[in-house]
Ligand binder design. Structure first.
Ligand code: GDP
Length: 145
């Protein structure tokens, strides 16, 4: 069983897409084991995206991520990192495969509706930015369908 970290970005929350995005996550067999709405400060966004600090779009990305509330979630399932990356689709929605979250909902390469961890190690780090142990349910995957 693997965990990954998801964000429904400000464009998704603003356009009332939380339910539709979470439905796709659940339909892919992933379980939501923690979730909440947060409105990040500039400092929190900069720390979260520290890895992109040298990229030209870093400031634009951080400004966008604090432009409204986001839904942060922990997802769990077999190969959760890869499964979620798959259903998210390519970073640029113009290149995202049909049926993926970004193909259906993203507005642009920046306002692309969702974030998902790119590795299990990064998922652990990203989860720890937003959730404490007590906020995570660990037994949901044992519930039968
Ligand atoms: P991801 O793993 O598919 O989210 O893509 P990256 O890790 O490469 O980039 C992180 C996030 O930065 C993306 O999801 C976009 O929101 C944003 N981003 C990436 N490339 C660009 C770009 O060329 N311009 C802008 N404005 N944002 C970008």
């Amino acid at each position: 069983m693997e965990k990954t970290f998801s964000i429904i970005k400000p464009d998704g929350v603003r356009r009332n897409l939380i339910g539709q995005v979470l439905a796709k996550i659940e339909q892919a067999g992933l379980r939501i084991t923690a979730t909440k709405l947060v409105h990040m400060t500039k400092e929190q966004a900069e720390k979260f995206y520290e890895i992109h600090a040298k990229r030209p779009f870093y400031q634009e990305l951080c400004e966008y991520m604090i432009s409204g509330p986001v839904l942060v979630s922990v997802l769990e399932g077999p190969n959760a990192v890869a499964v979620y990356r798959d259903i998210m689709g390519a970073t640029n929605p113009a290149q995202a495969e049909k049926g993926t979250i970004r193909a259906e909902f993203a507005l642009s390469i920046g306002e692309n509706t969702v974030h998902g961890s790119d590795s299990s190690e990064n998922a652990k780090i990203e989860i720890s930015h937003f959730f404490s142990e007590i906020e995570m349910v660990n037994s949901l995957t044992k519930i039968s369908h």
